[in-house]
Ligand binder design. Structure first.
Ligand code: AMP
Length: 113
């Protein structure tokens, strides 16, 4: 199976504006930002989507949420922010590697399209 775009970013085969990395995850700025701050947080483990999470991914998932909380703090999103996971074609997922969109820096409307 060919590598996803995000796997290539993890493997440093294509460049990205990385804002955080540890043993289990990577965070980098979205190439087409939808808000003044738009960061993608991804596990290094190749999980295709939210739907593909295994029961034993719970610790990893908890870690990702704490990384997101810390990043929101570091990126000065004190007024609030939104975390989005698109899942599957109806959900608007375009890259088959689980990713969390961290969006902030402006008032975000609701409901989404
Ligand atoms: P989704 O539509 O939820 O699958 O989100 C995929 C996201 O990846 C989109 O917001 C794209 O703008 C973003 N994206 C695509 N290519 C790159 C890239 N090379 N570097 C950073 N973000 C990217």
């Amino acid at each position: 199976m060919s590598k996803t775009l995000f796997q290539k970013i993890i493997d440093r085969e294509i460049p990205a504006d990385i804002v955080y990395e540890d043993d289990d995850c990577l965070a980098f700025r979205d190439v087409a930002p939808q808000a003044p701050t738009h960061v993608l947080v991804i596990p290094k483990k190749p999980i295709a989507s939210l739907d593909e999470l295994a029961d034993n991914d719970a610790t990893l998932l908890g870690h990702l949420w704490l990384v997101i909380r810390n990043l929101a703090n570091e990126l000065q999103l004190a007024d609030g922010y939104r975390v989005v996971v698109n899942c599957g074609s109806d959900g608007g997922q375009t890259v088959d590697h689980l990713h969390f969109h961290l969006l902030g820096g402006r008032v975000l409307s609701w409901p989404p399209g």
